[in-house]
Design a binder for this molecule. Sequence first.
Ligand code: NDP
Length: 427
Amino acid sequence: MYTRRKSATFVADNFLLQFKKKTFIDINKMSKVLIIGAGGVGTVVAHKCAQNPDVFNEIVIASRTRSKCDAVAQAIGKPNIVTDQVDADSVPELVALFKKHKPDIVINVALPYQDLTIMDACLECGVNYLDTANYEPKDVAHFEYSWQWAYRERFEKAGLTAILGCGFDPGVSGVYTAYAAKHHFKEMHYLDIVDCNAGNHHKAFATNFNPEINIREITQNGRYYEDGKWITTKPMEIHKSLTYPNIGPRDSYLLYHEELESLVINYPTIKRARFWMTFGQEYLTHLRVIQNIGMARIDEVDYNGVKIVPLQFLKAVLPNPQDLGENYQGETSIGCRISGIGKDGKPLTYYIYNNCSHEAAYKETGMQAVSYTTGVPAMTGAMMFLKGLWVKPGVHNVEEFDPDPFLAVLNEQGLPWHEIIGGDLEL
Ligand code: NDP
């Protein structure tokens, strides 16, 4: 199907060698990272930070339930990790935590509801910030960057860097697009982000990350960008079969995804931008039933005199995404398919992607590939900041930084990427 393949490993390794020579790392300065959240993603971030002690000299893991942080620290078993407890909905609690530990950067891998409180505490204490999902109010299933972009001036004035959406998608999807723009395209016209999970966890129904956040995301209307306008679709209305490398054809559904919002602003030559995710029929049937019986509701209902939110109750009875790893087989494949005008002025199609094995992710960190593909980029973004390569006071999406050193590190840290130039994008 594709005409020319090139492994990015060689290119990236060379680049890494060059930037290692150029970059100064002040070996006398100790750097401390604070990870907030000890779920699937937080566990991977902690493992990866601990694997890079030259950058992350000291690691603090704090979350609502301290025992979960202790379990992660114990599994890693390194002396430079300490744990703490915090309710990240409370700015005063966060401020006390930041004052106690004095981190250089906080990696927020709690839930999107906590983004703004953590950013407020960062401003109050002079701490830099990184997250993997944009802010979402608890009572409305709606996510957009405006709430966090409103902090731009305050972060800029404080001389602090905030890096938004630094997981895989959002995250690597934006960095891949920036890399395509920098090295391959004069003008990008059509962007399709394609996300396939071809793994099997052997459960009838489970979500791969926080069930509440995941179900809120995929039951929303679809939305894509075309010719300067946003077009809304019914949930899962548009779908088609797409072929994923090493996996084969899978039904892929058009969803709204947050990185589209910043990418069409940062790359104004884009005429159409869409996001696709694969779902199996069994998964969709369960989801339809969950919605039809009211279990996806996010408003409070009265149950025997107790107020409960059905979706939060559902989360409590579904399998914990952190426990899926042990029997998870298969792999994920996430990438960007882009067409437009190449640097040489001729039409160009380009596909950049990573495939990640659930088994390999579990062997390394005890977590499945969805947590792994989110946690590794979050660690990498923090590493870019601490090495002085992604330092830019203000609030920024990942594509606003240099993609080259980031992608070079991903290659070394378990998420190698590949390019297909001149292939059939199917879209
Ligand atoms: P989990 O539900 O497994 O973990 C969330 C963690 O945050 C838990 O440790 C939880 O504590 C903690 N937490 C929740 N509320 C608070 C609070 N008020 N104060 C302190 N800690 C709190 O989620 P995941 O690890 O699966 O996901 C983490 C983040 O990663 C989410 O924001 C998700 O949207 C994002 N994500 C991003 C992706 C990307 O590619 N960009 C892909 C996948 C996920 P407790 O255990 O007590 O509940």
